[in-house]
Design a protein around this ligand. Sequence first.
Ligand code: C2E
Ligand code: MG
Ligand code: MG
Ligand code: MG
Length: 283
Amino acid sequence: KAKSTGKNHYELYHTDMHQDESKQMLMEIQLRKALERKEFHLTYQPIVDASTGMISGMEALLRWNNDELGNVLPERFIPLAEETGLIIPISEWVISQACVDVKNIHLNGYANMQVSINISALHFNQESFVKSVEAILFTTNVNPRAVEFELTESMIMPNAIETIHKLVKLKKLGLKLSVDDFGTGYSSLSYLNRFPLDTLKIDKSFISKIGRYQDDTSIEEAIITIAHRLHLKVIAEGVESKKQLNFLKREKCDLIQGYYITRPIPLEELIDFLGIWDKELIN
Ligand code: C2E
Ligand code: MG
Ligand code: MG
Ligand code: MG
């Protein structure tokens, strides 16, 4: 069949669209089966106390490995999981697994380790969210003080009153609460002292600017100052260089996390890592 250039062009465009769509559909079909096929696992990235060099916690980061799709990044499958509602059972699995894993870490001799868990907006907004969390805490029998929930500004801003009630309930359960990706969402800061928060995580886009360009670090300094005034701890995420580390130590940033320490690793590797970690490495 002869094709004109025009038609070829159209077909190419059409095929691209089609491929995109069928890729999404394939991903959705696979995602529906992923939990029962045990295709998810958690990796952990240590969180280090910037003044002592001790590892005080770890962030759970979800990974999906599928036979047909390979390793799919959370940035690709989490939005799809939210669109399809599949995120609810996935999110419950993540919270349960992270609680089981942090207990395991405690039993390995690291009694003070905390786990930070990224909470899905859709899950958080369910009326039954607090109940489902309570059930998980009960079943796993974890010490809630070792568990921190990471929320984002866009999650906690819209429904201010309802949100405060929810956060207060979570606090009463003994959990810690942090704001993830701070600085990328709402420009209003008023929620910071209205909500019962413990920690603020400076988004890695701010950290990556440290030591580059004209070295303007006024935003980073201001965030740390505001957080401390409000009695919040500050975590810098995405720390990749010694230069960034030194700056953050100088500015009295409380905690650091990033490739400079290690990439996220599976639980067994983390346990080994805890054993060989030398706190002098960040001095
Ligand atoms: P996030 O919570 O802000 O996590 C930090 C991301 O930065 C992670 O990407 C981590 O691997 C990456 N990262 C850590 N250190 C460095 C560094 O030094 N340099 C750079 N360039 N990146 C670094 P990841 O694991 O791909 O996760 C992306 C996002 O997906 C997370 O951002 C979080 O919003 C979401 N996510 C991950 N796991 C879960 C989960 O279990 N549940 C939910 N609801 N969301 C999750
Ligand atoms: Mg996070
Ligand atoms: Mg973050
Ligand atoms: Mg981030």
